[in-house]
Design a protein around this ligand. Structure first.
Ligand code: URA
Length: 436
């Protein structure tokens, strides 16, 4: 077999066999298929697409390229959740304890943030002492004992995807539904869950800008999951404005704690109840969504979910007293306000601009090597649909020592992120559709 023949076959619209896909992926990981051939093939896929059978083969091949976690020793149906990435998405921090408190074991591997989107692992690390690295044995033992663990994705999960994603990022080949679907699903499959709930974000702050694109991606991922025997469901949700109010690591942990205490922003709570209800049904602890939601509401109001978060923090070496006293979390030395220049109604909040503003303040990384400031970020004081008067505060920028030029740029972006109009308006619905 020769890579050039497989590139030509794809370029001309042919379908690669599982053996041919295995040849390319294994060769790429071993170094016998070079970057330039892999990028030519990826570009051919961008133009020609892949059949469902090819997408499934690519996913499995990437899932098998490194470590595969066996969650078999943990009792119960293990359900994973994955978000395609957004701004202010702190869902895992509350959803994992909420769902675990209702009896579904959560063995979660999460990532770090890059660019304008944050990562759960960076957020959890803002909790003093919280360890995100556990050995495989510690991970399994913790889930068996406490019903949940959230750790950093091990270095050797899906190395093929890591290489291919890096290549796609610099060869303009990220934007392909089969390549995105197989990239995401290969990691979920390698992480070992029995069932998967996908939160596919749609809108300005998301990968998928339109509902049609998001539905195609969701269908591709659900099909892969089903084909490989992992029950999968996708919830399509709005990322036309940031989720909740806080963007930035410690700020988001604080908001997650508030929400588990019964306060917090309505959209964040609603998203967690929606995703959580699907997790409970897939996890076999509720018969339908309605009873699952009722169970989750009860876990919230009784304080069980909050107690689970404390248990998670303590089990991973953190200080559980942050839950009672969030002032223990890092906080910034300065808070700068962004004010409305005119009155009206907030008709849009560009999540991507605010994500970049938060990154410039130190909440995120421009390159993988950058250090982050856990205290930095943005807090929204108005959301879409809110009425504002000139001079009202729209957002707060939380910042420590930082080059002035970056702060100025963040202020400009935060100002530009808000669109006002004179007529009253409503936000887009949070949940657009379910694909199963
Ligand atoms: N997220 C991933 O993990 N992979 C992609 O290809 C795109 C988004």
């Amino acid at each position: 077999m020769r890579a050039v023949d497989l590139i030509r076959k794809k370029r001309d619209g042919g379908e690669l066999t599982p053996d041919e896909i295995a040849f390319l992926i294994r060769g790429y990981v071993e170094g016998t298929v070079p970057d330039y051939q892999m990028s030519a093939w990826a570009m051919a896929v961008v133009w020609r697409g892949m059949t469902p059978a090819e997408t499934a083969s690519l996913t499995l091949e990437m899932a098998r390229s490194g470590d595969q976690v066996d969650l078999g020793p943990i009792e119960g149906i293990k359900v994973d959740k994955h978000s395609t990435g957004g701004v202010g998405d702190k869902t895992t921090i509350l959803l994992a304890p909420l769902v675990a408190s209702a009896g579904v074991p959560v063995a979660k591997m999460s990532g770090r943030g890059l660019g304008h989107t944050g990562g759960t692992i960076d957020k959890l690390e803002s909790i003093p002492g919280f360890r995100v690295e556990l050995s495989r044995e510690q991970f399994l033992e913790q889930v068996s004992r406490h019903g949940l663990a959230v750790i950093s994705q091990s270095g050797n999960i899906t190395p093929a995807d890591k290489l291919l994603y890096g290549l796609r990022d610099v060869t303009a080949t990220v934007e392909s539904i089969p390549l995105i679907a197989s990239s995401i699903m290969s990691k979920k499959i390698a992480a070992g869950a029995d069932a998967i709930v996908l939160d596919v974000k749609v809108g300005g702050g998301a990968f998928m800008k339109t509902l049609d694109e998001a539905i195609s991606l969701a269908e591709a991922m659900v099909r892969i999951g089903t084909d490989v025997g992992r029950e999968t469901i996708a919830v399509l949700t709005s990322m036309d404005q940031p989720l909740g109010l806080a963007i930035g690591n410690a700020l988001e942990v604080r908001e997650a704690i508030e929400t588990l205490k019964g306060g917090g922003p309505a959209d964040l709570k609603e998203l967690c109840l929606t995703l959580g209800a699907h997790m409970l049904v897939l996890g076999g602890v509720a018969d339908d969504e309605t009873s699952a939601r009722a169970k989750l509401e009860e876990r919230l109001s009784s304080g069980y979910a909050l107690k689970k978060l404390k248990e998670l923090i303590a089990a991973q070496g953190g200080s559980p007293s942050v839950v009672d006293n969030p002032a223990m979390l890092p906080s910034a030395s300065r808070v700068l306000e962004v004010k409305a220049e005119e009155s009206g109604y907030v008709s849009g909040i560009e999540a991507e601009r605010l994500g970049i503003a938060a990154m410039l303040l130190g909440a995120g990384r421009e390159t993988k090597a950058d250090a982050i400031d856990p205290a930095a970020g943005v807090v929204l004081r108005r959301k879409v649909g809110d009425e504002v008067a000139a001079g009202d505060v729209l957002a707060e920028l939380h910042v420590n020592e930082r080059p002035q030029a970056r702060i100025e740029e963040a202020l400009r972006l935060a100002r530009e992120a808000f669109r006002l109009q004179s007529r009253p308006c409503r936000p887009e619905p949070l949940v657009y559709a379910i694909v199963s």
